[in-house]
Every structure is written in structure tokens, then in C-alpha cells.
Ligand binder design. Sequence first.
Ligand code: EPS
Length: 390
Amino acid sequence: MLRFETAGESHGECLVATLTGLPAGIPVDLEYVDRQLWRRQQGYGRGGRMKIETDRARIVSGVRHSHTIGSPIAVVIENKDWKNWTAALPVAAADAEPDKQKPVERPRPGHADLAGAIKYDFPEARYILERASARETTARVALGALTKSFLKHFEIEVLSHVVAVGPIRLEREAAWEEIVAVSQREEVLLGCVDPDVENRMKQAVDHAYRTGDTIGGIFEVVAHGLPPGLGSHIAWDTRLDGRLAQAVVSIQAVKGVEIGHAEEGAMSYGSAVQDTIHYDKAERQFHRGSNRAGGLEGGITNGQDVVVRGFLKPISTLRRPLESVDLPTREPALAAYERSDVAVVPAAGVIGEAMVALVLTQAFLEKFGGDSIGETRRNYEGYLSQVRRF
Ligand code: EPS
């Protein structure tokens, strides 16, 4: 079973992540991992913190001579900002400087601040936001890059693009080649495949900047090259659509998820929603009239691209703060403002890729197993020949 875990706080020393269960023998290209971390840091609308950080994955176990060796992989990512926080958030109380403390006493509506402080019984929210922060997703992206390398070995690729920023929406399908081109950009902007739409998205972000506001959006993750048969209809928790949904909604600020054309489907008649089935006798292959199901039927991959959208609310830290309460006095007060981003939709897409790749790798290894990449490949090829004979 593939397992993973992250640790680390936004202004602590570093982020840490472990991944256990990848077979031995998968090539690991550190530049590729760092490129994914770089992609997560990009996008029009990101805040001052990204000028401080240059995220790099330091792999400290599980990879030797650029290949996985089967043992747990541990990754460390340094927080450069830590040097500014050592007196505010020391591990030992003796190292704290009283005048450097940064309590968050006016919880931000929409952030974990208040619910977390109540739950963990803290008088203010500093420790809560340290872990609730999307900084944590750096660790997920590092692990996602390792699972993307695994999937690539089987010609499966997971990428993303942005389909909406606030009210500005891409009103057409994106071709796979366009999504690939977006992922290769050196200037990410808003990660939209259509330059005109992207320009209008940029204006929407500018409006949020000018007015001290923030803006959300929708990203789309596409997994290309999947075999039919990952996930299963047999039980609620083996259905791959449910597992992908949980993975994507677990991303900070994501409040909804859509598989394929779920929203449109809910408002249409059945005859306009399902993907018709056809068979090419010469090629001895099934093909489908469309992909509105997003590559999943009955919680099983059907061989089409898996398409998962994440709906991101606007970030809850506003320069023009909303009404809140001062925790020490319980008097009305404006919410705290901490340095923050205005828009993070393309970055959230990269995190979505990581989460989808982690879940797909889990499902892939559940089905094909293997302690070495050769064993996994034999099992996979045996299955593919069974599928061809079907
Ligand atoms: C975040 C607040 C900002 C963001 C951060 C998420 O951090 P800071 O308070 O240090 O300016 O930059 O995101 C990241 C650090 C990151 O790497 O994505 C928050 O409160 O969630």
C-alpha cells in the first residue's frame, strides 16, 4: 500500500514528507521534482512570500543513484523565511523573545483560525494558521512529483490548467496538447490555454488587488494515458471518483470538486449527458462519443482521460478585512491581515496534479503491485494483454 504523510509549519524550519510503498527502480530526476515545486510557486496574483522562497526538494532517504530503492522516501524542503521567525516560533520556550511574538487574535473569516483555536484550546490562532497554511502543499507537490515520475514510466501523465478565475471562464474544452504547452511555460501567468481569456482573468486579479480583495477560481486536472480498470464499483471506499474527490477537496481553499461535466450534467437530460459506446472492428478497440463522465464510470477508470476540477474559494486573508472579534476582549474588530496572496488558482492546479497522481499511483499499485519496477511492469503488461483479448 502506498502511504504518504507531511509535516511542517508555514514559518517553521522546514517541511517534511514521507512516501512509503513505491517499487524499487523508478528513475528520480531531481530537476523534474524541483520544476514541479517551481510551478507551484508561480502565477499572477501570488504574494510577497514567494519572493523569499525558492523551493527545492532535498531527498534524504529512499532514493540512491537517482532511483527509488523501495525503502520509505523522505523529503525535506527548507523554509527560507524561518530565519525571520526563530524568535517568534522557537521549539524550546527558552529561545523565545517576548517582543517578537506574533499572536493572531482577530480570526479571519474563512480561515481555520477560529475553529482551530477553539478546538485546540489556544487563546489565539498563531499555531493554527501555521499548519493550516497552504505552505504545507509544497510537501504534497514534492511527493506528487515522485508519483508522477512513477506514472510516466507507464506512459501516464497528469497535468492541469485553469478554467476560471472569479467570473471569467474558459467556455471551451482544452486539447491535451494545449494543457501540455501550459505546463511547459516559463511564465505561468494564470495557466489558461486561451490568451484572450487569460488576459481577462488577469484584469479580474488586478481588480482584486486594487480593491484589497482576493479572487478564487476553478482548475482542471487531467490524467492522460490511463488503462481501464483502476478503482472499483464494489464498495463505497474503492470507488476512484470518491477517492479523487477527497484528495482534491483536501487542498487548502478548495470547497468543491467536479468529475467530468458534473455540474452541466445535473442540469441536463440523461440523453445529453452519457458518453455513447462504439467499437472499431479493424482496430479491435472500444471508443466513446464524448468524455463527459471524466474518464470514470462506476468508480472505475474507463480508459478515457480522467478529468477532475477543483473549485477554489478566494483566499480568506483580505487586505480590506472583514468583521471579526478580538479574542482577548471579545469586542468587535476587523480581522487580522497577514501578508498573503491575491490569487492562487494555477498553483492550486499544480497541487491538484500532485493529489491526483498520488491517488492514481495508489490505485495502480493496488491493482498491479510489485516490489520492483520490473515486477510492476510485468503485471501491468499481463493485464493489458488481457484487456486487448477482451
Ligand atoms: C498563506 C499565507 C502566505 C502564503 C502561504 C499561504 O504565507 P506568509 O504568511 O508567509 O506570507 O504565501 O503560502 C505559502 C507560503 C506557499 O508556499 O504557498 C496562508 O496563510 O495560508
